[in-house]
Design a protein around this ligand. Structure first.
Ligand code: GDP
Ligand code: IMO
Ligand code: MG
Length: 423
């Protein structure tokens, strides 16, 4: 049985958590393949809102095993908090939640290094979530990292101490003053590691291989978005993992030939949190309306998200890099009430009109060209059938399908599980 893949096509926060939760009833296994607690995936059902950071978004369903893959980086402290939040749901966590032995651990000093690096950059800072993501992936590729499987070794604390000492000398190297109390951080960390060790650690690539042989259905859950990819994103204002489709292969040990559907998820407009170029960003009342109606605040950091019109140049690029087979459009309801909508279909770049994403999309190099479309007034949030969608929204959707050459199969009209329309 093949593996389906769901990933964000913009700068993250497209609504991946919501859709994974909606799709979980059709899958036996939900597997996160990259990122870590920089992610904030929101699910809403039965009048409650849940935010998950490291735990896959299928955790609330009885039918599914949730796997944290080798490509993920885990902060035991945040992981423990997530588990604490789940306690009231009476879930069989030992059975339902499996952790890859090859996943790397975020140490307290990784977080400090993230803070020191950002502070030393001044205005050029990435706008990191400060969860230690960059430094942990640096230790992974530098072959210094500590993995979940190491916690089963007798000498893991020695390995920890030697990496911590190295980090401390690196923090001193940065030209930035970081206040911290290592004793407190370590007490919290070791208590959380103890909790992590009560969970089930597995050789996840073997587990997934056997699951496929046994015809189990598997959905790989991405974090962040394609424009934050370490290679294909707006570097250096990106995260440190492969957020695109290839990341599911390296982050789970799944062969490329085993990937079946690639679900690409995008907002009907665009948002970005943190620094970096954003060609269609709005600084006017329209942008403020999107932020207010869409409640655009980071699920992990609470920072306001920057808002702007849909950028088809960037979206086309993401569709191609990932080989998207089906699209899902989120937050169409937020655009209700706009008289006119704009969609960016090309850029003026170095005096010429282009329709692909060039190397450099800094504002001084790019002028977006917009197509204007008629808005719709109807409130979409109570709609349940495609036949109820207003005509101008259908025109908007059909225009996007034509430009992107991929069908839009799901239209989301609100944060709740039930506010999901299939086309
Ligand atoms: P993720 O990181 O991709 O899982 O997305 P986030 O959870 O960070 O951000 C998406 C936000 O939009 C969350 O607050 C969701 O509850 C909310 N959301 C998801 N889909 C919709 C939708 O169709 N309409 C509205 N209004 N909100 C939505
Ligand atoms: P989900 O999975 C939106 C952004 C940060 C920053 C940059 C680097 O919820 O969509 P990092 O902490 O990774 O070093 O930050 O990436 N970023 C996200 N933006 N959604 C996310 O995840 C993000 N994860 C990281 O704001 O600009
Ligand atoms: Mg998010």
């Amino acid at each position: 049985m093949a593996v389906d893949l769901l990933l964000g096509l913009q700068w993250g926060d497209e609504g991946k958590g919501k859709i994974v939760d909606v799709l979980t009833k059709d899958y036996n296994i939900i597997a996160r393949f990259q990122g870590g607690p920089n992610a904030g995936h929101t699910l809403e059902f039965d009048g409650h809102k849940h935010v998950l950071h490291t735990i896959p978004s299928g955790i609330f369903h009885d039918n599914a095993i949730n796997l944290v893959g080798n490509g993920v980086v885990i902060d035991p402290v945040i992981f423990k908090k997530e588990l604490d939040n789940l306690k009231k749901f009476d879930l069989d966590i030992q059975k339902k939640l499996l952790i890859s032995r090859k996943a790397h651990l975020i140490l307290p000093t990784h977080r400090l290094l993230d803070a020191a690096s950002e502070a030393s950059k001044g205005k050029a800072k990435i706008g990191s979530t400060l969860k230690g993501i960059g430094p942990t992936y640096m230790d992974k590729t530098g072959r210094n990292g500590i993995r979940v499987g190491d916690l089963e070794l007798t000498d893991w604390k020695d390995r920890y101490a030697s990496l911590r000492d190295k980090h401390i000398s690196m923090i001193d190297f940065y030209d930035a003053k970081i206040d911290y109390n290592l004793d407190e951080l370590e007490t919290e960390f070791f208590a959380a590691v103890k909790v992590l060790k009560t969970l089930t650690f597995i050789d996840s690539e073997e587990y997934l291989y056997q699951a496929q042989k046994a015809e189990k259905t598997i959905l790989a859950e991405g974090a962040q978005g394609s424009l934050l990819d370490i290679d294909f994103g707006t570097y250096p204002f990106v995260t440190s993992s492969t957020t695109t489709a290839a990341g599911a292969c390296t982050g789970l040990g799944v062969a490329p030939t085993d990937i079946n559907e690639v679900f690409g998820i995008f907002k009907a407009y665009t948002t970005r949190v943190g620094s970096g170029p954003f060609p269609t960003e709005l600084f006017d009342e329209d942008g403020a309306t999107m932020g207010r109606v869409g409640n655009e605040f980071g699920a992990t950091t609470g920072r306001p998200r920057r808002c702007g019109w849909l950028d088809l140049v960037a979206l086309k690029y993401a569709v191609r890099v990932n080989g998207v087979t089906q699209l899902m459009m989120m937050k169409g309801d937020v655009l209700s009430g706009f008289k006119t909508l704009k969609v960016c279909t090309a850029y003026i770049y170095q005096g010429k009109e282009i329709d692909h994403l060039p190397y450099n999309i800094e504002p001084e190099n790019i002028e977006p060209i917009y197509t204007e479309m008629k808005g719709w007034a109807a409130d979409l949030t109570g709609m349940t059938e495609a036949s109820q969608l207003p005509e101008n929204l259908n025109t908007y959707i059909e225009f996007l399908e034509k430009e992107l050459e991929v069908p839009i199969k799901i239209v989301s009209v609100g944060p709740d599980r039930t506010q999901t329309i299939k086309r």
